[in-house]
Ligand binder design. Structure first.
Ligand code: 3H9
Length: 691
């Protein structure tokens, strides 16, 4: 079979040219793929025997987009536009044969083909928005011409992957092939096109669906309103909408110009750089240098969970959602019934919102089996302890597990900060003990910190990483230290926020600054949501912090209708003059002179110490890489993805500037600001922490 280059080959059978791409892992449009496509199309057009061309891919997918790793580098070979022009202007029909996913630039190539055929399992989408981009190869102009404006708006602003049947219905593909027979069915389809003398359908010339929306300004303003909350702070969704507006109101060529301009603005901007970094980091975090992916794993078929409280219940739901049976153990029947009742209510709420069916509720509930004896855990492959944070209690449970659990069972604790080595030491199998730190609400939050104890075996680590994937979590492997990675960094922000309200800011000043930065909520609103009494003890409370005072006054947060804020029945918050007076009096008693504190200072004070802590964590080897810290903060704490996480953000600001700030603050305010020696080294030696 004649090769065009190392990733493309051209084969001619019965007057049909088959141009095959094979560039693992996802046939991204690298320079060699573009070159192969360009040459292959030219050769096929020049060959007099060829009447139609089928473009098909080997491996797991059709073209999954531009090669993101090439962004920012000097382009080589033919541009994507040249390739597309060659396809669209071909005098012979070109058919894109789609399996796997036709995404981004991949779908944009398919949109310049004259026809598209896909297998039932295929999906098509323009997910550029997730990379802080818009489809920059004509996608925003061609897609609405095929699927209509509303569907196109949805696709470009959410990045959804549309399944084959919906692609057919919306006009995005012309024909469905039988699963596993894509090549044969594409050739048959190509022959049909030739015999029926079907025209060369150029999507750019189809105007009916875009003209239908012309003058309908409500369509766009309503759409903007409908996504405003979800897309707050992001540039790309708005730019995508502007491109679709251009498709409706301008000519194709004018629309392409607008698409190009806005694409260049996005690709050269910080948000897209952060989101592209996130894309690769999200994949990198799964790679553990000393635990390669071939490492042996335990088979996890049955799970045991100890504690049917909020955490235990949420964790159980994760496994039931993935179809795995869970035994949930509580101290007594009453607590067990309560916990299981809450799980059912959660599922029913989800069903009421139409996200799952009533049948799903029952199927999942049937997978959760409540028990009141530890012996019921004797056959489980993975046992997760999720009782409250008390070392003695955890040790007691692990000592029982040591007797009860079968050989080879993984014994996990959901502690959010206790010493896992100490917990493991109570067993005679510390190599099987690991931390699985789920985040609340455990059935919703994407993040899982997997905490590696001193003696945790590689087999237990690789099993835990695989298990995380099975239940749809993004797992980050971290080491044992107080608060692990996420909460350890959080405590820096909390400390500074608490200090700032005594120095002159109000809780709403801090929360607004961080909300405007892009967090879903600030630290005080978050504390109110979690409950101010977490870790508070009435007996030992001496009114020494604002938080203690609030708890002593019965202001426990949202659950009691007031905390740092006051809440109405719908849980809308407003500032409370009583709290402001309490804070001002507190400053006075402590002889702290209050002053005006601006947003910039709030951000520096809250965020820079977090970055400094990140360096300490890296220095101690508690996180594998800087990007893992960012993954933890984006997935677990709502750091805006378009700011890339604390370490990426620190780099954007400049580590040198942050070091300077820390040194100045250390001189004026002491050791809370002592710079990490690793940060100093990185600045002095100009090291790149992202390699
Ligand atoms: C675009 O097209 C712009 C155009 O509009 C305009 C141009 C002018 N490039 O996710 P996986 C790597 S923007 C480079 O684990 P899966 C990935 O890093 C692009 N590399 O597999 C990983 O590497 P490693 C629009 C890429 O089966 C490996 O492939 N397209 C790209 O779970 C396997 O990936 C997108 O945004 C890429 N485009 O999922 C689609 N894609 O093994 C992005 C993947 O070293 N890709 N890699 O860690 C995806 O959504 C998923 O990868 C996909 C497969 C669904 C395709």
């Amino acid at each position: 079979m004649p090769s065009i280059n190392d990733v493309t080959k051209l084969d001619i059978k019965d007057n049909i040219a088959i141009l095959t791409l094979n560039s693992p892992p996802v046939n991204a449009l690298s320079s060699s793929v573009r070159e192969g496509l360009s040459l292959g199309i030219k050769d096929a057009i020049q060959d007099n025997n060829v009447e139609a061309i089928v473009l098909i891919c080997e491996g797991r997918t059709f073209i999954a987009g531009a090669d993101i790793s090439e962004f920012g580098k000097i382009p080589k070979g033919p541009s994507l536009f040249e390739v597309q022009e060659g396809i669209e202007n071909s005098p012979k029909p070109i058919i894109a044969a789609i399996h796997g996913t036709a995404l981004g630039g991949g779908l944009e190539v398919a949109l310049t083909c004259h026809y598209r055929i896909a297998v039932p399992s295929a999906k098509c989408g323009l997910p550029e928005v997730s990379l802080g981009l818009l489809p920059g190869a004509g996608g925003t102009q061609r897609l609405p011409r095929l699927v209509g404006v509303e569907q196109a708006l949805k696709m470009v602003t959410t990045g959804i992957h549309l399944p084959s049947d919906k692609c057919l219905k919306s006009g995005l593909v012309d024909e469905i092939a039988d699963e596993g027979r894509l090549l044969e069915d594409s050739v048959t389809f190509a022959k049909k096109i030739i015999s029926e003398k079907r025209p060369l359908k150029k999507v750019r010339e189809l105007n009916e669906k875009v003209i239908a929306a012309r003058g309908n300004t409500d369509l766009f303003s309503n759409y903007r309103k409908s996504i405003a909350r979800k897309t707050r702070g992001f540039l790309a969704p708005e730019y995508n909408i502007q491109c679709i507006e251009a498709a409706v109101n301008q000519t194709f060529d004018e629309g392409i110009k607008i698409e190009r301009d806005l694409f260049l603005k996005l690709i050269n901007g910080n948000q897209s750089a952060a989101q592209r970094y996130f894309f690769f980091s999200q994949r990198q975090v799964a790679k553990i240098p000393d635990v390669p992916k071939e490492t042996e794993v335990y088979s996890i078929k049955e799970i045991g969970i100890i504690g049917a409280g909020t955490m235990g219940g949420g964790i159980a739901m994760n496994f039931a959602n993935a179809g795995l049976p869970v035994t949930l153990v509580e101290r007594n029947q009453e607590l067990l019934d309560k916990g299981i009742g809450i799980i059912r209510k959660n599922y029913e709420n989800t069903a009421n919102k139409g996200r799952i069916s009533i049948e799903d509720v029952e199927n999942r509930m049937n997978l959760i089996n409540g028990q009141v004896s530890m012996e019921s855990l004797s056959t489980k492959d993975l046992i997760i302890e999720a009782v409250f944070e008390n070392m003695d209690l955890k040790k007691e449970i692990f000592s029982q597990l040591n007797t009860v659990a079968k050989e080879g069972a993984i014994l996990a604790t959901n502690t959010s900060g206790l010493d896992i080595n100490e917990i493991a030491s109570i067993t005679d199998r510390p190599e099987n003990v690991i931390g699985l730190h789920f985040f609340s609400p455990a059935n919703v939050m994407k993040l899982l910190e997997i905490v590696r104890g001193q003696k945790t075996s590689k087999k237990v680590i690789s099993t835990s990483m695989l298990m995380a994937k099975t239940i749809g979590k993004t797992a980050a492997l971290v080491g044992v230290c107080p608060g692990f990675v996420g909460n350890r960094i959080l405590s820096q922000r909390q400390r500074e926020a608490n200090k700032l309200i005594l120095e002159g800011a109000l809780p709403s000043d801090i929360d607004n600054a961080l909300f405007d930065f892009g967090f879903p909520m600030g630290p005080f609103a978050m504390s109110d949501l979690a409950g101010l009494d977490i870790g508070w003890n009435k007996e030992t409370s001496r009114g020494e912090t604002i938080r203690e005072k609030l708890c002593e006054d019965g202001r426990l947060g949202q659950k009691s209708g007031k905390g740092f804020y006051i809440y109405d029945e719908s849980r809308n918050k407003s500032s409370d003059p009583e709290v402001e007076k309490l804070i001002i009096d507190f400053s006075k008693n402590k002889q702290i002179k209050r002053r005006i504190i601006g947003n910039e200072e709030i951000l520096e004070r809250c965020l820079y110490p977090m970055i400094n802590e990140g360096f300490k964590i890296l220095e101690e080897g508690m996180a594998i890489r800087a990007s893992d810290i960012d993954i933890i903060w984006i997935n677990g704490y709502g750091w805006p993805v378009y700011e890339g996480g604390p370490m990426f953000y620190g780099n954007t600001i400049g580590f040198e500037k942050i070091l300077e700030w820390l040194r100045k603050m250390e001189k004026e305010h002491g050791s809370d600001f002592t710079p990490s020696p690793y940060l100093e080294k990185v600045v002095e030696e100009k090291l790149n922490i992202f390699n």
